[in-house]
Design a protein around this ligand. Structure first.
Ligand code: ADP
Length: 150
């Protein structure tokens, strides 16, 4: 059984993330969306809100699971029996960042990272832009799934 962990902050989950998750179901039997908990990071949405947006959105998808975790993503992969880490790529900045982490993770635990390109129409979407628009009372609805919109 091919399992992948899709780690991220998901503060909040966006249509870019959702698209990567659905497309990855073609490649994996199970996808575990893993919400990172980093004590040093300030989030706009608390952990239970971030989890609820995702859990509600994928409630009908038996092959998608949501977990929250602290510590190394590769340790979570071992715990969950996942052979792969899934990440999304929007641009060359993402590429350089992902390359270093992917190489470190392979060295650490032999876990391979599978990268999927974002769709062109999602390439500009990031959780930080959504947070910025939201804080300034702008329209963020075209960047997020229904569960966040509501
Ligand atoms: P992190 O804080 O780990 O970067 P994010 O929640 O911002 O967490 O992103 C998680 C993953 O989703 C990363 O691989 C990121 O590149 C990818 N991602 C974010 N936004 C998009 C998007 N619009 N299209 C495709 N992938 C995306």
């Amino acid at each position: 059984m091919k399992k992948a962990v899709f780690p991220g902050s998901f503060d909040p989950i966006t249509l870019g993330h959702v698209d990567i998750i659905y497309r990855s179901l073609e490649l994996f039997d199970e996808v575990i969306i893993a919400i990172g908990v980093n004590a040093d990071k300030k989030y706009l949405f608390n952990l239970s809100q971030r989890e609820a947006f995702i859990a509600t959105l994928f409630a009908q998808e038996s092959r998608i699971k949501v977990v929250c975790y602290e510590g190394l993503t590769v340790d979570l992969c071992k715990k969950e029996g996942a052979q792969y880490i899934l990440r999304g790529l929007r641009n060359t900045t993402d590429f350089e960042f992902e390359k270093a982490i992917a190489q470190a993770n392979t060295k650490l635990q032999g876990i391979e990272t599978i990268l999927l390109y974002s769709k062109p129409e999602h390439a500009f979407i990031s959780s930080s832009i959504v947070r910025d628009v939201l804080r300034n009372q702008g329209d963020y609805s075209f960047m997020v799934p229904d569960t966040v919109r509501e």
